[in-house]
Design a protein around this ligand. Structure first.
Ligand SMILES: [Zn+2]
Length: 358
């Protein structure tokens, strides 16, 4: 009775792929008829770039792909699943290493030269290509300049701005963007139906609109940390806890680096609320042009300064500075900003009240 619809069959997408990357998948299928030798895939973290590469690797190494997708049961698929495919090479930064060393690239190139083709493609995935150090980049460049036949390089990065132009110019580029907010919300509701809408939105905001990171945040019950972060700041402000007490609690988290995202997102909301209030005021006074009062300008400057301080603190943290000290300093900066200007919520409220009284 149910006839198989061949048009929808041909548009089927790999099972592990997130829905917002389906258009890119269709684009890839068109490319794969006349495959180039090197592709640079870039996009923010947490939107499914890695899943996309997985699908590409699987379909390229599958012996009998169906509609461009891996069949899942041929020899190629089995070898890949067992992580034993002789023609797949996955290069990434070793754990607790700052960069991808030249030895790793040389080792890869030697293996590529030694092994003979099994008839199909050799696929090389270099994950986090921005972590290649200078000599590693140079070693890779030579290989990209003189590619062997049936070799497919897939380079991925979350920070395309850090790549040298020489690498970019030798690859075909595919860029990936986060889904629209409503698509991300819908997907998260399907994945975590028990979670309420406000928390889903907060998870997305704190994770820069990246649904996979937001889901991880929800699943790891990070909202408890979020609450602890807010409580810590309240206790700090009221003098019930010292800076070092609050910081030592944050440092117990599994990924304390999240603190910087919390601070950053908060400062973004603060900046927004200052400008929003002044726009609302301008509209109320039927003034076409809106401008900031001296007080608002000061607030804005403070929050922007704090935003910069947050980014700098995160850099210092990643640069192996004393973690405790970095967070304590940031807390002190936060307290200072609080003293100069009222917290943005209360400023927001007092402005609204003034507006309604006048
Ligand atoms: Zn297969």
């Amino acid at each position: 009775m149910n006839q198989v619809d061949s048009s929808s069959m041909s548009q089927a997408n790999p099972p592990g792929l997130v829905p917002w990357l389906n258009p890119q998948w269709s684009q890839w299928l068109q490319l794969s008829d006349r495959l180039g030798h090197a592709y640079l895939l870039s996009g923010p973290k947490g939107i499914g770039l890695e899943q996309f590469v997985d699908a590409v690797v699987q379909s390229t190494l599958c012996v009998q792909p169906v509609n461009g997708q891996a069949c899942g049961h041929c020899q190629g698929c089995h070898l890949l699943k067992g992580q034993q495919h002789p023609d797949f090479y996955h290069l990434k930064r070793l754990e607790d290493k700052k960069d991808i060393a030249v030895d790793q690239v040389r080792g890869l190139i030697n293996k590529l030269n030694e092994t003979s083709h099994q008839g199909g493609y050799k696929v090389i995935w270099i994950e986090g290509v921005e972590f290649l150090n200078q000599s590693a980049f140079n070693a890779l460049l030579k290989t990209l300049e003189e590619p062997a036949a049936h070799t497919l390089f897939l380079l991925t990065t979350h920070e395309i701005g850090r790549l040298p132009a020489t690498i970019k110019s030798r690859c075909q580029q595919l860029s990936f963007t986060p889904p629209a907010l409503e698509d991300a919300i819908e997907w998260l509701h399907q994945k975590a139906p028990q979670v309420d809408g406000a928390l889903v939105k907060r998870a997305l905001r704190l994770n820069w609109g990246a649904p996979l990171d937001a889901l991880q945040w929800i699943e790891a019950a990070k909202f408890e940390e979020d609450t602890q972060w807010k409580d810590g700041l309240k206790q700090l402000q009221s003098g019930r806890k010292s800076v070092s007490q609050v910081v030592s609690e944050w440092l117990k988290w599994s990924t304390p680096i999240t603190v910087f995202d919390y601070f950053y997102q908060w400062s973004v909301s603060a900046v927004r609320s200052v400008t929003y209030v002044s726009v609302a005021q301008a509209e109320k006074e039927s003034d076409q042009a809106w401008s900031l009062s001296a007080e608002q300008t000061l607030q804005l400057q403070n929050w922007l300064r704090f935003q910069q301080a947050t980014l700098q603190a995160k850099e210092n943290w990643l640069g192996n500075a004393n973690k405790e000290l970095v967070l304590e300093t940031l807390c002190l900066e936060w307290l200072e900003v609080q003293q100069i200007a009222e917290p943005f919520q209360s400023v927001f409220q007092s402005r609204i009240q003034k507006g309604s009284l006048s």
